[in-house]
Design a protein around this ligand. Sequence first.
Ligand SMILES: CC(C)(COP(=O)(O)OP(=O)(O)OC[C@H]1O[C@@H](n2cnc3c(N)ncnc32)[C@H](O)[C@@H]1OP(=O)(O)O)[C@@H](O)C(=O)NCCC(=O)NCCS
Length: 140
Amino acid sequence: MELNVKQDCIGVDWSAVSAILKTVGMAYHEPEALRRAFEASHTTVFIYRAGQLIGFGRAISDGVYQAAIYDCAVLPEFQGKGHGATLMKNILAQIVDCNVILYASPGKEGFYQKIGFRKMKTGMAHFKNSKSMKERGFTE
Ligand SMILES: CC(C)(COP(=O)(O)OP(=O)(O)OC[C@H]1O[C@@H](n2cnc3c(N)ncnc32)[C@H](O)[C@@H]1OP(=O)(O)O)[C@@H](O)C(=O)NCCC(=O)NCCS
């Protein structure tokens, strides 16, 4: 089945984005908040299969030398088929001159290592919900 990779936010069903993030256990945001976040991002990528949204991700960036990747997810029934790698390839292709940082969900580090990311030794985060992020294994 043919994949369609879109790089703009036109016609995106933000309720579907919100539902997918919830399904994969990532932070919940209202559809309207997701629309604002994605539309304000430097890079957005959405993957459709037969018209169905199956994955997406975004990068915020100055477009010059720094970028950070967020909200990457593939619907569980489509994981393990290379769609996550396609997603990352398309995001990275739009920020080629940038240093790129992200924080992996616990257990997903290997996915990012396979495409060239390395663990940071001095990464620091000031999370809004610091207690929950600690409980979920993101911080010490
Ligand atoms: C992380 C995620 C985007 C990966 O998407 P995917 O479509 O399953 O990944 P792919 O099939 O493209 O995998 C690419 C490669 O990474 C490997 N890989 C995937 N997940 C991995 C993991 N958790 N640990 C180690 N390797 C992993 C695959 O085996 C594959 O290796 P190969 O090239 O040798 O075959 C997807 O699992 C997901 O949406 N998870 C839930 C949400 C999430 O945690 N997002 C990341 C937030 S940081």
